[in-house]
Structure formats: C-alpha cells, structure tokens
Design a protein around this ligand. Structure first.
Ligand code: ACO
Ligand code: ZN
Length: 291
C-alpha cells in the first residue's frame, strides 16, 4: 500500500483565490477534507481565513476588519512592510499561513503547533491595504541557530526579487541579535538557488568594499571567513561553501586563503550594484532583540 508520506505528496486542491489572484497549488496541504472537493478555495487575503465560496468570502470581507497582517509592523519603507506575528498570540492567523504555505512547500511540516515560532510577513501596500507577498518563519529559540524555518514568496510575486528581500531581512534580524544564522535544512531547489545567489552577492559586496578600503591602507591584512561572518551574519559554513562555489577559497602554503582577482570582482560589480538598489534599509527596521 501507499505510505502516508507518499499520500501527503499528492496535490489535493485545484485552485485558491487570494486577493486579486487565482493560484494553482503545487503540493498537498491539510485543509479540511470537505473543502478539497471544491474547484476553488477562497481565502481572505488579510486574515487568511479559508471559505468554501465566493459568496462566503464576500460576506466575510464585509465584516473582516483588518486590511493588513496582524502583529507589529516592524519595518516600513516605501510601499513595503514587514509584520512580526507571534505564533502563540495570533494562532489562527499563523495556522492559516502555514496551511497556505504548505501548498507551495514540499517537505516542510508545520501546521498546528505554531507557538514556538515567529512569522515575518512581507506585504505591499496600495489604497486597499497591505497585501501579503510572502513570509518566513523563525523559531523563537533555535538550538541549531537557524534564522529561518520556512520561507515562501507567493507564486504571483516570485522571481521579482522578493525572495532575496526576505532572506536579507532574516540576516538583518540576526545582525541585530549579534548572531550568525542559517536556514533550516533541507532547502528546496528554489530555496537553494535563492540562498546561493544571496550569499554570493552579500559576500562579493563585502569583498569589494574591503578591496577598496585596503588600497588606502599601508599594511595589507587578508580578509577572513570570520570577518565575513561578522559583517554579514551568514554562518561560517555557508560563507565557506559560497567561497568554494565562487572558486575564491584556495589552499596555499598550508592554509586556506580568500583569493580574488580584479576580473572576478569586476564581473560581479553590476549584479552587486543591482541588488543594492532594492535593499532592506536598517534605518527603517524598528526591532530590537528581547533581553
Ligand atoms: N529558476 C531559476 N532561478 C530562480 C528561480 C527559478 N524558478 N527562482 C528564483 N531564482 C533565483 C533568481 O534568479 C535569483 O537569483 P539572481 O538574483 O542571482 O538572479 C534568486 O534565485 C532569488 O530570486 P527572487 O526573485 O528573489 O526569488 P523569489 O521571490 O522567487 O523567491 C523562493 C524564492 C522564496 C525560494 C520562492 O521560489 C518560493 O517561495 N518557492 C516555493 C517555496 C520554497 O521552495 N521555499 C524554500 C524552501 S527552503 C526553506 O524554507 C528554508
Ligand atoms: Zn479576513
């Protein structure tokens, strides 16, 4: 027979409607069985409550009194905001967010026990409210020092740079905590692509700045993995794997060194500059770690 694991991988919902989007799910998500027979599930884009019909949704929207995610708005710049939501205090929102996210996450399982997590929802504002774009979750206490548990950009918003923004935000929080962090494993294919790209550009950016500064110094001190970790909050292992991936990590005279040519730096200049245009601005982050 089928193992339960195999069954849970079969997509059980044809479509969802969320705000102005109709979206095709990718994977199984444990919505109530009676809803899975319907051609579409209707989801309130603000509180994430799920309903069985358009009529029910409209009735709900008439009395749903929020036009933004719950929790604290801890970042706001231009039309983008981050809301921090406590999985214990806003349990039903957090559970509904996990159900929604599971539609696009293959191997992550977190639906009901949301208490140990915080949720950081990225939203885009227009005249009707703050519309959810994506989110990441984070354990309140992580023994492994993970700074992201699950991360998702909703399909209509994918491949526009929001994933990078979420990842950057997760590292900004780690910087404020004075810690380094890493995403929870395993990563999906898309997750790995996005992290690799983020790590490469974040490290290249620091190497460029270092090279520039160092030109003005009399004495050259080579930059180290520890320096890069403390500047970026990217965990040591991830810095090393990125340097290896970029072929910048060389074994030389009995030790590892970070070796970068001007050509390589130049090749990345454009991409780094481009990524810098849409960056999290720490000035607008109103968040401090709890004692
Ligand atoms: N094909 C090729 N490259 C891609 C793709 C794709 N489909 N999607 C993203 N990338 C690359 C981009 O090219 C970009 O790199 P670049 O800047 O060097 O060009 C980088 O990844 C980031 O792209 P974004 O546009 O910022 O990423 P996006 O907004 O699409 O979000 C995310 C990425 C969150 C992984 C999204 O694809 C998603 O939600 N996927 C489904 C859920 C998932 O797999 N989440 C990660 C699970 S692992 C974990 O949770 C810890
Ligand atoms: Zn609602």
């Amino acid at each position: 027979g089928h193992s339960e694991d195999a069954l849970t991988r079969i997509r059980n919902i044809d479509a969802i409607e969320l705000g102005r989007f109709r979206i095709q799910p990718w994977y199984f998500s444990p919505y109530p069985q009676q809803l899975t027979h319907l051609p579409c599930i209707f989801i309130c884009e603000f509180c994430l409550k799920y309903l069985k019909s358009d009529t029910c949704l409209r009735r709900h929207m008439a009395k749903c009194n929020i036009n933004h995610p719950p929790g604290n708005q801890i970042y706001s710049k231009d039309s983008l905001s981050f809301f921090e939501i406590d999985g214990r205090k806003n349990k039903s929102y957090a559970q509904n967010l996990c159900l929604l996210a599971k539609l696009f996450l293959d191997h992550k399982t977190l639906y009901y026990d949301t208490d140990p997590f915080l949720f950081y929802v990225l939203a885009e504002e227009d005249d009707r409210g703050h519309h959810i774009v994506g989110y990441f979750s984070k354990e309140k206490e992580s023994a492994e020092e993970y700074n992201v548990a699950c991360i998702l950009v909703l399909p209509p918003y994918q491949k526009k740079g929001y994933g990078r923004l979420l990842i950057e935000f997760s590292y900004e929080l780690s910087k404020r905590e004075g810690k380094s962090g890493s995403p929870e494993k395993p990563l999906s294919d898309l997750g790995l692509l996005s992290y690799r790209s983020f790590w490469a550009l974040a490290i290249m950016e620091k190497l460029m700045a270092f090279k520039k500064e160092n030109k003005m110094l009399e004495e050259e001190r080579p930059i180290t993995v520890v320096d890069l970790t403390s500047m970026t909050s990217i965990r040591k292992e991830d810095v090393v794997s990125t340097l290896q991936h970029l072929e910048l990590y060389r074994y030389y005279k009995g030790q590892y060194i970070i070796a970068i040519s001007d050509e390589k730096l130049e090749a990345y200049q454009k991409r780094v500059a481009q990524a810098q245009r849409t960056k999290i601005d720490p000035q607008f982050l109103h968040w401090w770690p709890k004692e």
